[in-house]
Design a protein around this ligand. Sequence first.
Ligand code: NAP
Length: 497
Amino acid sequence: MSSANPARVTEVELLAIGAGFTGIGLGIKLTRQGFHDFVILERAGDVGGTWRDNTYPGVACDVPAHLYSFSFKLNPHWSKIQAPGAEIWKYLRDCVTDEGFSDKIRLNTDVTRATWDEDARRWLVETTNGTWSAKFLVTACGHLSDTRMPNIPGLDSFPGDIFHTARWNHDVSLEGKRIALIGTGASAVQVFPELQEIASSVVLFQRSAPYFFIPSGKHQAFTDAQRRLFERYPQAMRDVRAEIFWYSEGNFPPRIQVPKLLEKARKASLDYLEASISDPELRAKLTPNYEIGCKRILGPGRFYATILQENVTLEASALTRVEGSTVYGAEGNGYEVDAIIFATGFDATEPKFASIIHGIDGESLAESWVDGMKATASITTPGFPNLFITNGPNTSLGHNSAVYIIESQIDYIVDTMNYIHSQGVDTFETTPESEAAYVDSVAARAEGSVWLAGGCNNWYVDRRTHRLTVSWPDFAYQFRQENAHFNPAEYTLELSQ
Ligand code: NAP
């Protein structure tokens, strides 16, 4: 991995922004195909995306690792069914070195602007470390890369330590401290038990009570014998993967409000709450007031057991203000603390990369998406030729592995490149009609789903228009069926001269 020369414009056929799961998977596929004219720009000092950034105590993936990894790069060495974050990060770094494309990655290279040059029919990409000219541009920036911090009056004057779960400050010891933990999403429930064990006290600010899926021992460690089996017989890994995939697909129908299935899922989760928390007053505070699945259903870990610990206070309201070292909930309760940890998630509906990408008429992607993200096949949009947007509109999943969607998008890109090379295509641009048809078809599927009609605020819905723009409202296999292959009929194509 090296640095670009800032003095000149470097030409490359395909430029990708981001060396997380998508950038790395794309790198593997392109390299294996013998396509070497590509470069991946990475703003940070290492690869790995969200798994590099999230190093909070307890970080792990609640999607089983044999599915939350590339089907074309299986790993027999996972220590547990649900892998710790550090292991996933190592897996991604190993992918780059094993597949031999680390020379294609430029670290510490933050893209500041990408502009379509209509005369040159290429993307001009300015970075903190030189300028690039590329025939094809891929945004591989991820949903979970730009942290969201709520605007809390008085926070600036807080004298203690403040950090976000995705920007953990390992120089600060939280041992024996009084901690406020803000949020009850997937990150919060993983870090919460770890903080409780070392802190003198933890006050958990819960704006919305979470639903949990039922503990299944899925975080169990693999035995050496199992790992040896996976190494010797890769088919065993493929079988495990297929089993988890189809089991997970079974969790989709409740999200489109199939009443019996919804009721079953809700009841199982509330039964688990009841079995875990005997105090009716506390249980009432921990009972969600929205439909199951409207927000991500969380891996239970030790959440309820931690709530019951003596040094824990549940503040069942939002953090609304800070005065000196006192943090206040919406109901006026104040707590003096030494540190505030924000587990408040990420900006996914209005991704930051959209404001730096400028298409044919100079308009940015963010301007073109004022009514929310949209794209044909969740990957291309009119006015932005030769641009692939990954992890963009309708590409997140609540019920299955995000890596499966990423693989489908990588396959779309590779398929498009093959088409372009074989047909002598210079530029491709999706038509407004194709995009509108896709957006309508997604909207029809989203209508009545738990994300839109479940009575909660979630990070999958665009606040400006109440459109479901982040989640894919269908089975995962259906995404692949529709969106893993280039369809020339959806494009205006210009041939090379
Ligand atoms: P998140 O799901 O967006 O959760 C943010 C939390 O902060 C919510 O509980 C939110 O409350 C709360 N919040 C925001 N402002 C607040 C305030 N002023 N006072 C109190 N609470 C406030 O973020 P996340 O937990 O980082 O997870 C984001 C995504 O990362 C997940 O959905 C998942 O896709 C991924 N993730 C996955 C895993 C895994 O194991 N697979 C682990 C971690 C993260 P409301 O609910 O009321 O908005």
